[in-house]
Design a protein around this ligand. Structure first.
Ligand SMILES: [Mg+2]
Ligand SMILES: [Zn+2]
Length: 199
């Protein structure tokens, strides 16, 4: 077993690749953020696979059926294909932790309330992607717009994390090591490729 491991980019979905709509539950709400498709094309050209890792607790919360998730992802793939951008995998977590729903209401899917290993900041989704795509964590990066994305990247052993700051968000005074603050997915990809000496 010594198949060659390679760098991959793990990307959060909402607020990173597409417009952030809390508990997005309509296909019409899916919109790529500016520069995202082009950045993925740059990664594709560099031979670096891109996987999406996304928390979708709206399923456990009963806000949309689990069947909506693959529908949304089919639409997302369509939007990327139209721009010539290739995604190698999409991984999602439908769960929520018990402490996040202290009193389940009538909508909560109790079977999905659990301490899973895949809800970020847990690294389960990332580890699956790394395994499926023969990713080498020590050459890979996580790009996301939340601290729990960065934490998941670190827990999965990713060499670098890129934290996208919101428009009005002030950068933290003491950013963590191996974490680069950026304003967009595209900026993160530029820096990642530069650091790997791929222009
Ligand atoms: Mg996000
Ligand atoms: Zn999960």
């Amino acid at each position: 077993m010594n198949e060659k491991r390679r760098p991959i980019v793990l990307a959060d979905r909402d607020g990173t690749l597409i417009r952030d709509v809390p508990y997005l539950s309509r296909i019409s709400e899916i919109a790529l953020l500016p520069g995202v498709a082009e950045a993925i094309v740059r990664l594709n050209r560099a031979g670096i696979p891109v996987a999406i890792v996304t928390n979708q607790s709206g399923v456990a919360r009963g806000l949309f059926p689990e069947s909506f998730v693959p529908e949304a992802h089919a639409r997302l793939m369509e939007l990327f294909e139209a721009e010539g951008a290739q995604i190698s995998g999409i991984y999602y977590c439908p769960h929520i932790r018990p402490e996040e729903i202290p009193r389940p209401d009538g909508r909560t899917l109790v079977s999905l309330v659990r301490d899973c290993d895949c809800r970020k900041p847990a690294p389960g989704l990332l580890l699956r992607a790394l395994s499926d795509l023969f990713g080498d964590p020590s050459q890979s990066a996580l790009i996301g717009d939340a601290d729990r994305d960065i934490a998941a990247g670190r827990a999965a052993g990713c060499k670098e994390g890129y934290r996208i700051l919101g428009e009005s968000e002030t950068p933290p005074a003491h950013p963590e090591s191996n974490t680069t603050l950026v304003r967009s997915f595209s900026e993160a990809v530029d820096l990642y490729l530069k650091r790997r000496h791929i222009f």
